[in-house]
Design a protein around this ligand. Structure first.
Ligand code: URA
Length: 243
């Protein structure tokens, strides 16, 4: 790949800006000062350094975001802040996109990546990747609801895969129920529509897990971090191949 692309992809600025760094003699290729922005390098074999510090090339990024309320799961939008704007300070040089969508008012686990193959596999209906949500429901969730979710609900345009609904806590006074639900597909507004189908309304929705990825208490709402090596390993069956 070209040296200027390598530097730009590694967060050293635009192609124009990295050209300046090269012209200033700040960049070396295998300890020899680089002269040409279009020099061909092998990001995995050659040692590229800026002011003597080697740069470790990363082709794919995996960012785990605990999405806050009020931002949208898109790459760009004229009206609302997006999840990509949210992490832009740290990842302006990477073309990240969200793996699937959470509604604007849904919080919780959202993976951002630039690995299209992984995203495709995690979202493929064939893979039936489980997604677990914690929710607060207006109304008292019943055993009948659990059975209806388990059978699959007819939502008009499709019938859902069997979903696992668990009651965490019932508040009779407030007429509310805290629940967990695991679904195996990811249609638009799916959890909200499933509760609507049994006559109830979702008041709060928070995604706790997607496939092998889980949110832990270390990552507060709004915070994000890159996946650990262990988490990346867990995604290998979903097509994560990385150097
Ligand atoms: N189901 C919903 O209704 N909304 C979400 O954001 C995710 C799943």
């Amino acid at each position: 790949m070209r040296l200027d692309k390598f530097l730009a992809d590694s967060g050293f600025g635009s192609r124009k800006e990295v050209k300046k760094l090269i012209n200033q003699g700040s960049v070396t290729i295998n300890e020899t000062t680089a002269k040409k922005p279009n020099a061909q390098i092998d990001p995995y074999q050659d040692t590229i350094a800026y002011l003597g510090d080697p740069i470790h090339y990363q082709a794919c990024y995996y960012v785990l975001l605990n999405k806050p309320d009020g931002i949208i799961s898109a790459t760009e939008d004229r009206e609302h802040e997006t999840v990509i704007d949210w992490v832009a300070l740290d990842y302006h040089h990477v073309d990240l996109f969200p793996v699937g969508r959470l509604d604007i008012d849904t919080t919780g686990l959202l993976l951002l990546t630039n690995n299209g193959q992984l995203s495709h596999q995690l979202l493929s209906p064939k893979k039936k990747v489980p997604k677990t949500y914690h929710a607060l429901i207006d109304g008292i969730v019943t055993q009948d609801d659990i059975e209806a979710f388990d059978k699959g609900l007819n939502l008009g345009d499709f019938t859902t895969q069997p979903a696992l609904l668990k009651i965490d806590e019932v508040d009779e006074e407030m007429n509310q129920t805290a629940i967990q639900v695991t679904i195996y597909e990811g249609k638009f507004h799916q959890v909200k529509r499933m509760f609507e189908a049994v006559g109830k309304t979702v008041l709060q929705l928070h995604r706790h897990s997607m496939g092998p990825l889980e949110l832990d208490s270390e990552l507060a709402i709004g915070e994000y971090r890159e996946l650990t090596d262990r988490e990346k390993q867990l995604l290998i069956p979903y097509g994560l191949i990385d150097k």
